[in-house]
Design a protein. Structure first.
Length: 474
């Protein structure tokens, strides 16, 4: 149980951490996407601001005419000439001609009216406000060839978050000018927009953690209660072993020594007491076996004969059957079953438990069929009745400790729900498995499959025994 609790705790903790991780990862991606969109928007705003600044400066400069010698295109080259100053710049055919013309005009205008970053900064601020962006920023003019700063509007501004850089903007062709803006990313604005999601995520995480700890607390409490119950049952059974053994021996001695002096009624009472004492002894043995489940069921394997065990058990139940119950046993045991390695105490007890249940849950006229056959390296033993049966849901839980099928009617069959749990433990300790096939009102079949010794002869055992091997007890 401790290992199961650790497994549940570890799996739950991993699940919670995984949920928080993926939630954080999703929020981080949202943040990165918002920051990327912000960078694109401020880059676009910078380009627009430079265009507005160029338009203002060009109104004061001399606009060159394409028909004169101020600008011309030839052999993938653009030539700019003004005031005896000639510039030749090569370009690729894939470049946008409109952009090249604008950049050449920028160089012409810059001769008389150079760019002023303070003016550009004011225009940039205005453009950002038009797009509802209010953030501290500065602009820097570089010479991209020498990588030197020509101008900057940085003047000890206070930045609250991380700076986001715009893309480089290359306004001219010959001056090697490039402009970049640095804008303070409004993290507080992002957090304000995401406040609802963050608060709801935090609340859900708290609820998840609280539920997890509550469930683990309940599981641990149930485990402690179960452990106390098991310890109590174990102690109680140990206390019952000695008195039941004494009562059983005393009744055996009384039935042998005083048989001639007892009336039929007294003999019948002693026989009934012996039966009840034997039932109590078997119950104590089952509880002790189940209480040692943590250490594993210790079995002492040696060659045993399954057909003989089945016949002996059937005879015992026939002799000890209650008066007023017409119990019929049908045996279908194949002749070619080899001896198997098994525990001579626990395995017969397990088969006997199935037979006892088949009788108890079959009304006043039980019909119990016990079959056994060997198929290669597997030994199949089945106990079938035509009693009350059970639902599929009950069949899935029938091997759980302390579970009992809900019974209808006034007469309830006594028991503690330990027998089938003991049977399953015994079968699994032998390397086998047990299966159940049942329908309500039609009866049940419990099928045991055990490893068997391989048949040494050439013949292959049949799955359905011959009718000659069938025996009936009434």
């Amino acid at each position: 149980m401790n290992s199961n609790l650790k497994l549940v705790w570890t799996a739950s903790l991993i699940a919670v951490i995984g949920i928080i991780f993926f939630q954080s990862y999703w929020l981080y991606n949202v943040y990165v996407k918002a920051k990327s969109d912000f960078q694109k928007e401020i880059s676009k705003s910078l380009t627009e601001s430079i265009a507005r600044d160029f338009s203002l400066r060009s109104n004061f400069g001399i606009k060159p005419k394409p028909s004169h010698d101020c600008a011309g295109f030839d052999n993938n080259c653009i030539t700019i000439k003004r005031k005896n100053i000639k510039y030749t710049v090569s370009f690729k055919k894939t470049e946008n001609m409109s952009t090249l013309i604008n950049r050449s005009f920028y160089d012409l205008i810059a001769l008389n009216f150079p760019i002023h970053l303070n003016t550009l900064d004011s225009i940039y601020t205005s453009v950002l406000k038009e797009k509802n962006i209010v953030a501290t920023h500065y602009i820097t003019l570089y010479n991209w060839k020498t990588k030197k700063i020509l101008q900057t509007t940085q003047n000890k501004q206070q930045f609250s978050g991380s700076l986001v850089r715009t893309d480089f903007v290359y306004p001219g062709l010959v001056d090697y000018h490039t402009i970049r803006a640095y804008v303070d990313y409004p993290l507080s604005g992002f957090m304000s927009e995401m406040r609802g999601i963050l608060i709801s995520s935090l609340i859900l995480a708290c609820i998840l953690f609280g539920t997890l700890f509550y469930l683990l607390r309940i599981i641990i409490l149930q485990y402690k209660i179960s452990k106390v119950r098991e310890d109590f049952m174990h102690s109680m059974v140990h206390e019952l072993k000695a008195p039941t053994a004494f009562i059983r021996n005393s009744l055996q001695s009384l039935s042998l020594t005083a048989a001639g002096n007892l009336s039929d009624r007294q003999k019948e009472n002693i026989k009934s007491m012996q039966k009840r004492t034997l039932s109590l002894t078997n119950l104590t043995e089952k509880i002790l076996t189940l209480s040692s489940q943590k250490k594993g069921l210790l079995i002492n394997q040696k060659p045993i004969n399954i057909p003989e065990i089945i016949k002996d058990l059937t005879e015992q139940f026939r002799i000890n059957s209650e008066k007023g119950r017409n119990t019929q046993f049908f045996l279908q045991v194949a002749d070619n079953i080899n001896t198997i390695d098994g525990d001579s105490l626990h395995l017969p007890n397990a088969i006997g438990n199935l037979i006892d249940n088949a009788i108890k849950y079959s009304g006043d006229e039980p019909i119990v069929t016990i079959s056994a056959f060997q198929n290669n390296d597997k030994l199949n033993i089945s106990v079938t009745d035509k009693g009350m049966g059970m639902s599929r849901q009950a069949a899935r839980l029938i091997f759980d400790r302390y579970y009992r099928v809900q019974q209808s009617g006034e007469e309830r069959i006594p028991g503690f729900g330990l027998g089938l749990s003991y049977v399953k433990q015994v079968i699994e300790a032998h390397g086998g498995k047990i299966e159940i096939y049942s329908q309500p009102g039609e009866g049940s079949e419990f099928r045991i499959i055990l490893p068997a010794r391989t048949v040494k002869t050439e013949s292959v055992p049949t799955a359905i025994p011959d009718t000659n091997t069938q025996m009936a007890y009434n």
